[in-house]
Design a protein around this ligand. Structure first.
Ligand SMILES: NC(=O)c1ccc[n+]([C@@H]2O[C@H](COP(=O)([O-])OP(=O)(O)OC[C@H]3O[C@@H](n4cnc5c(N)ncnc54)[C@H](OP(=O)(O)O)[C@@H]3O)[C@@H](O)[C@H]2O)c1
Length: 333
């Protein structure tokens, strides 16, 4: 039996339920690929899953446990997002090849807090953007996919006035960039320490929710996109929702669970390669310090993304530097 390092979730609870273990390295079935994972992230969904969200309404908790596991996560290796390299393919796999640099959103399979995982060929895994390091690829995936989904839901178009409530987290930093790329005029709401960050991402106007209770006189929005979630609020949030133009809409990241697809990943990759979306990385932690990473993210004020590096020490510097342009498998060289 070949072993690999992984962080195993021993039950729902505080970050300390994540314990480093040596576990059996998975082997791909016919429709699966084996991925060597180089980077993952810790985002809100990761700590929600780990904690069992004790503060959520009972209906939400019951639904989540039915999906993820009643007493403990059914798949004890957590981690929703990964960037890595395909190292083995099952006999029936045609879409991906050994050596492909990939990005994946693993959904309920989870499994990214480990050195290796097997993913179905049909799962949300696709080629990573060219010229971007594994750390950056991992950092872009979660917020990028969610921002893309919810901006589409808000029907963002050139010239629209968009207010992003919560512009400095994983979803927020991606939403600022993607809304600007779509041609909107963006008003970004964040805390006192993040105004410069969100301006650097392209925000046209910035409002601090800790010192401002209403938008400027006369400001009207076509879309108010809440990227923070409904549990965090302020007087400013309510006032912004009242500043909608006729026909304008409010969309929240808490409105339903997006069904993300391979096509969404491909669109994200294209946007990154066109320079429309860049990684915002707050901190990096090695896998062995996953407990500290979860503690930090759970405070609720990370700037963009927290990356988990999963690689032998000698490889880590190389993962930080964007690799030279690579040729996608199957493409003419
Ligand atoms: N529907 C779904 O299936 C789904 C899936 C995943 C996530 N989500 C939702 O997406 C949300 C965001 O995830 P994330 O990973 O991007 O979170 P995150 O990176 O932790 O970002 C949270 C941001 O919220 C801001 N914030 C905290 N309290 C605030 C308040 N009272 N008013 C305004 N802003 C506040 C913080 O900004 P400052 O530091 O500047 O204060 C922080 O940057 C989650 O909370 C979750 O509800 C939904």
């Amino acid at each position: 039996m070949t072993l690999m390092k992984a962080a195993v979730c021993t039950g729902y609870g505080p970050p300390e339920v994540l314990v480093m273990r040596e576990v059996e390295k998975p082997r791909p079935r016919v429709h699966e690929v084996l991925v060597r994972i180089y980077a993952s992230t810790v985002n809100s969904s990761d700590w929600f899953i780990r904690s069992g969200i004790p503060s959520a309404p009972i209906v939400t908790r019951v639904m989540m446990r039915l999906m993820i596991g009643v007493c403990r996560p059914r798949h004890p290796i957590l981690g929703l997002v990964l960037a890595g390299e395909v190292v083995e393919v099952g006999a029936a796999v045609t879409r991906l090849h050994v050596g492909d640099r990939v990005v994946a959103f693993t959904k309920f399979h989870l499994g990214a807090y480990a050195e290796f995982t097997c993913l179905k060929d049909s799962s949300t895994v696709g080629l990573a953007p060219v010229g971007v390091s594994f750390d950056e690829v991992a950092a872009i995936a979660y917020g990028g996919l969610l921002a893309l989904h919810f901006l589409r839901k808000g029907d963002v178009k050139p010239g629209l006035q968009v207010l992003l409530y919560g512009a400095s987290g994983a979803v927020g930093t991606a939403a600022v960039q993607l809304a600007k790329h779509a041609g909107a005029e963006v008003t970004a709401v964040c805390g006192p320490h993040n105004a410069a960050l969100v301006r650097s991402l392209g925000a046209d106007h910035v409002l601090d929710y800790t010192t401002t209770s209403r938008p400027p006189d006369g400001a009207r929005y076509d879309l108010v996109l809440d990227t923070v979630g409904k549990r965090q609020t302020s007087a400013l949030r309510t006032a912004c929702e009242h500043a909608l133009r006729p026909g304008g809409r409010v969309v929240s990241v808490d409105d339903g669970t997006p069904q993300l697809s391979i096509a969404d990943l491909a669109e994200l990759t294209k946007l990154v390669e066109h320079g429309a979306l860049k990684a915002v990385i707050d901190r990096r932690y090695p896998l062995a310090q996953l407990v500290e990473a979860h503690r930090y993210v759970e405070l609720g004020h990370k700037k963009g993304n927290v990356v988990v590096t999963i690689a032998p020490d000698e490889l880590v510097p190389a993962l930080r530097a964007p690799p030279k342009a690579l040729v996608h498998s199957g493409a003419p060289s």
